[in-house]
Design a protein around this ligand. Structure first.
Ligand SMILES: Nc1ncnc2c1ncn2[C@@H]1O[C@H](COP(=O)(O)OP(=O)(O)OP(=O)(O)O)[C@@H](O)[C@H]1O
Length: 600
């Protein structure tokens, strides 16, 4: 409990971090907001004082024989009051506009921060459910909490400034009024603080269920499951599970909302009692002749306003506390550590490669997993060599290339390139050295050219060359606008491709980056046999200068590799050229024979 409290206090103390974010995103708008804040605080007090002068002017005018002479006092006061009201209205409008503009800027800025972090965190996080909970909470809270913090701070500033001004006025009546004010507002505020904490804790616990509900929602409304949902008649079952989850969350949220309603009632009731006591005192003093009618009016108003300001100030504090608690979700996300770390002093990698890539006794176990996915792997990939990995599902082939791409670091052993540990190269250097296509390749709903070279779509020649090598050129040439055609059906004018055509485009992307190391994880699984043959014919030319790692279940493709490694349960069980492995009559030969039978 004490630890929890300490944690929460630390979170609240991070208000500085929220303010820094707001300031960094929009210094100009923040300054404008501050100026408006001060002006808006002063205007109501000026208006109160002018009203008092007006009431006193009118009441003393009533005693004069020539009533019209009182107009000389009253009319300018009326004019000033009108000007004050006008200025207050202008400030309110301006303040609304400034706040809106600032909210937009801060929200976009925050999204930018989240995007950069999401792209920079270890890939491992994307294979971890807890990360998605954290990301989900950050995405839910990041866009609007800082804007609410700004609004809360503006409100707090306005209320505190106005309160100070009015409190000074009230103290001229009696010091006890300040105590009455506090007694009116404090208890309800404390209850609301408690409620904010309860809500925060609940929100944290509900994330997995909420994400599950979103998952069903996504399946019911997205395109990736639309076929199966119709064919297997899954809509009703999924809808029911969605509704159950939502109903459970709704029930819990409503319980919390009723607690909040109680807290609000406590605030209001306390305030009503205090107002009555104070108003009674002011009326009594006026009847006793201690106050003029103008004073009566001014103090009545001042007390009511002070009570409103105090309530607003404490309400803003509660909201700030709550917003800050919820912003801790964003900080939790932004502070996620990377385990695949950049070296303190990166070593440079001279190209072309000399001795090649070595796995030295490499073992790997996925985080939260008990079984090793790779077990004491030792192998060498010479520069310019085509090396293939084969093995049954789950034998560790993709894990091996994930390590090679440094999406993960080995749990034991090391991977070297020309004798340099991968961990000593800067991530950027290594990732620029490697190009890859994975089984779950991406389909960008962008133009065909952007699909091949996402950030260099204007480089038409190398794009076309890569597309020719992968067989994508023939596909793209038939599209309405060639390389400028938008692919996919997400956006208007987009043209959908078949799975194999998409794969050819993804393969072109891997070819386009003229990197010394090329990784092909099931690159032609959806491509027809004739096209595959052609691709690999061109590919041998293309790969001549490159070190290539190929994963494929099609052993007719694997045949072309200089060296083949057969994996089973994370270990290398056979290795050699195609002919050597066939001669050995082991697992590879058996698998090859099995596949060949289908074609006889
Ligand atoms: N993110 C992960 N977290 C935990 N375990 C994983 C993860 N990814 C894969 N594994 C496990 O690691 C082992 C090796 O998986 P890997 O994907 O490397 O196999 P593969 O040989 O590429 O299989 P396939 O031929 O089906 O693509 C499997 O037992 C798998 O269950």
């Amino acid at each position: 409990m004490a630890q929890q409290n300490r944690l929460q206090i630390r979170q609240v103390l991070q208000l500085g971090r929220a303010l820094r974010l707001v300031w960094q995103s929009s210094p100009g708008w923040t300054s404008a907001n501050l100026v408006l804040l001060v002006v808006q605080a002063v205007l109501p007090v000026a208006s109160l004082y002018l009203t008092k002068l007006l009431v006193d002017g009118v009441s003393s005018g009533l005693l004069l024989p020539d009533k019209s002479s009182a107009l000389a006092t009253v009319l300018p006061l009326l004019g000033l009051l009108g000007l004050t009201a006008l200025a207050a209205a202008a400030c309110r409008a301006l303040s609304g506009w400034v706040s809106e503009a600032q909210t937009q800027v801060v929200t976009d800025y925050l999204h930018g921060i989240v995007h950069r972090k999401a792209a920079a965190v270890d890939f491992a996080y994307y294979e971890n459910a807890r990360y998605y909970d954290t990301l989900h909470r950050a995405l839910q809270e990041a866009p609007f909490r800082p804007a609410r913090i700004i609004a809360g701070l503006v409100q707090l500033g306005q209320s505190v400034f106005s309160l100070l001004a009015v409190a000074l006025l009230l103290l001229t009546l009696h010091w006890g009024t300040a105590l009455l004010l506090l007694a009116a507002v404090l208890p309800g505020t404390l209850v609301r603080l408690r409620y904010a904490e309860t809500l925060f804790r609940w929100q944290r616990l509900r994330t997995p269920r909420e994400r599950r509900a979103w998952y069903f929602n996504g399946m019911l409304t997205g395109d990736s499951h639309a076929k199966e949902i119709r064919l297997f008649d899954l809509a009703e079952a999924f809808e029911q599970r969605y509704c159950e989850l939502r109903a459970e969350l709704r029930r819990e949220r409503l319980q919390l909302a009723s607690k909040q309603a109680l807290a609000d009632f406590a605030t209001q009731a306390g305030a009503a009692v205090a107002i009555l006591a104070c108003l009674g005192y002011i009326a009594l003093r006026t009847l006793q002749g201690g106050l003029t009618l103008g004073d009566l009016f001014m103090y009545f108003q001042a007390f009511q306003r002070a009570q409103t300001y105090l309530q607003e100030a404490l309400g803003s504090l509660v909201r700030l506390y709550e917003d800050n608690l919820f912003l801790s979700y964003l900080y939790e996300f932004l502070d996620l550590p990377n385990h695949v770390a950049e070296p303190a002093e990166p070593v440079s990698l001279p190209l072309p490669l000399q001795s090649g890539i070595r796995f030295e006794n490499v073992s790997f176990c996925y985080p939260d997993s008990k079984e090793s996915a790779l077990d004491h792997i030792d192998l060498t990939i010479a520069p310019g060599q085509i090396v293939a990995f084969v093995g049954e599902n789950g034998s560790g082939k993709t894990t091996l290339v994930k390590l090679l791409c440094r999406l993960y670091d080995p749990s034991a052993g090391r991977i070297t390139v020309d004798g340099i540990d991968l961990r000593d190269l800067s991530l950027r250097t290594w990732r620029q050295t490697v190009s890859a296509i994975f089984q779950d390749f991406a389909r960008y709903h962008l133009s065909a050219a952007e699909n091949i070279a996402p950030a260099h779509a204007e480089e038409s020649e190398p794009i076309a060359r890569a597309a020719q090598a992968s067989g994508a050129h023939e596909v793209i040439a038939q599209l309405r606008d060639g390389y400028q055609t938008l692919l996919g059906r997400w956006f208007d004018q987009g043209e959908e491709l078949s799975v194999g055509q998409w794969q050819k485009v993804a393969l072109a992307r891997a070819f386009w980056r003229d990197c010394p190391v090329l990784i092909l994880d099931e690159p032609t699984s959806a491509i027809d046999a004739a096209a595959e043959d052609e691709i690999f014919e061109k590919f041998q030319l293309l790969a001549a200068r490159r070190t290539t790692v190929l994963i494929s279940h099609r052993l007719s493709t694997v045949k072309l590799a200089d060296r083949i490694y057969v994996l089973a349960q994370g270990r290398i069980v056979e290795q050699g050229s195609h002919d050597e492995l066939i001669a050995r009559q082991g697992t590879y030969a058996r698998l090859f024979e099995l596949q060949a039978q289908h074609y006889r």
